[in-house]
Design a protein around this ligand. Structure first.
Ligand code: PLP
Length: 395
């Protein structure tokens, strides 16, 4: 007799991430021998800086290969606080810092530690889909706040305020944003923090892309004293140092919350990987020129992609202010091609032109696609040629 496959109800709220789905579709075609250009993936194409790699090799050689402290080695927690203070002017102590298995894991730990069934979490749209699924997994209710495309998808305190109810527990802010690259202005961010503080609501600030800004100085909510006790920051070495596969992220927040998140982590991963922590320690405390180098390359690629998209009929684009994505509106082309959803648009683009992008449906909007320019210039050129051919084609 076959055992009945009954999964927990809780898991019903978890869908396979749409970026993973898009990557799987591209991978299927690639395995069949197709020459796919992949501008869907959200990870740097650069190698991890040599100094970080060397630190990992040395860690292996000195047998630094055992469990570590649950919330990460003290040296790394100190290095995170130091780096954050230098870059953003914050003042966190190592007890207010924990290391997890990627920024995603920090976000999971934070949301599971804060949200009870029935609690509301305010999420600006477009959003990175993990927020929604993890809030729902905790039994919480996402409350979506629409931003305006005409205003570059910028989040304001006024938008957040109208979404607050007595059940609001958390506001999630991701600046610069995946997928739009929109940046929350300093004064707006401070107004959001003040508002949340006044109402006793938590703010989760996802700083995964905070070092990649094109027009504005570096900023972290962590530099705003007022909201310290209501603020949890998630950051990561993944994008900043091209270390996606090492899986190291960090949380910065009040000690009681960090202790709770560490308790949760003690029953999941035990500790982050020892060797990866050694690499992250060097990345954060060693020379930072690789970050500046990547930023300057992203800036050039962004200009290139914007100029190509700007010349394509039926595509409307606003320059992103940070991260490494553009989020063009393709509604005109969708109409011409009778595509009902952005997913249909992206599937046809993949089938006809072998170009992979992520449809906006994955981020809560229905007329956009996300294009990542964390790809070599040669790949970007081929990708833009394919998109142009698709857009100019009759069907
Ligand atoms: C907005 C945002 N937050 C968090 C993450 C998590 O990254 P990681 O877990 O690799 O640190 C990502 C990764 O794509 C992201 O785009």
């Amino acid at each position: 007799m076959t055992a009945e496959m009954r999964l927990s109800e809780r898991l019903g709220s978890i869908k396979l991430s749409s970026t993973a789905k898009a990557a799987a579709a591209a991978e299927r075609l690639r395995r069949q021998g197709a020459d796919v250009v992949d501008l869907g993936v959200g990870e740097p194409d650069f190698p991890t800086p040599d100094n970080a790699k060397r630190a990992a090799v040395e860690a292996i050689e000195r047998n630094f290969t055992r469990y570590t402290a649950i919330g990460g080695i003290p040296e790394l927690r100190e290095a995170v606080c130091r780096r954050h203070a230098t870059d953003f002017g914050s003042q966190y102590a190592p007890e207010e810092c924990m290391i997890s298995v990627g920024g995603k894991h920090v976000i999971f730990n934070a949301i599971q530690s804060l949200i009870d069934p029935g609690d509301e979490a305010v999420i600006p749209v477009p959003f990175w889909m993990t927020y929604r699924d993890v809030v729902e997994y905790a039994g919480g209710q996402p409350v979506y706040v629409q931003t305006r495309e005409s205003d570059g998808f910028r989040v304001t305190a006024a938008m957040i305020e109208v979404a607050l109810t007595p059940r609001t527990r958390l506001v999630i802010v991701n600046s610069p944003s995946n997928p739009t690259g929109a940046v929350v202005e300093r004064t707006e961010f401070e107004a959001i923090l003040d508002l949340a503080h006044a109402r006793g609501i938590w703010v989760l600030s996802d700083e995964s892309y905070a070092r990649f800004l094109y027009d504005t100085p570096l900023y972290s909510a962590g530099s705003h004293d007022v909201a310290h006790e209501n603020l949890i920051i998630s950051g990561s070495v993944s994008k900043t140092y091209a270390m996606t596969g090492w899986r190291i992220g960090y949380g910065l927040g009040p000690e009681p919350l960090i202790r709770a998140m560490t308790r949760l982590q003690s029953h999941t991963t035990t500790s982050p990987t020892s060797v990866a922590q050694a690499a992250a320690l060097e990345a954060l405390s060693g020379p930072q020129d690789s970050v500046a180098g990547m930023l300057s390359e992203y800036r050039a690629r962004r200009e290139y992609v914007l100029s190509r998209l700007g010349a394509m009929p039926g595509i409307a684009i606003r320059p992103p202010q940070g991260a490494f994505y553009v989020y063009p509106n393709v509604s005109e082309v969708m109409k011409q091609k009778a595509c009902v959803t952005a997913s249909e648009f992206a599937s046809r683009l993949l089938e006809q032109e072998l170009l992979a992008v992520v449809p906006g449906d994955a981020f809560g909007t229905s007329e956009h696609i996300r294009i990542s320019y964390a790809a070599s210039r040669a790949q970007l050129e081929r990708g833009m040629d394919r998109l142009e051919k698709f857009v100019r084609g009759a069907s």
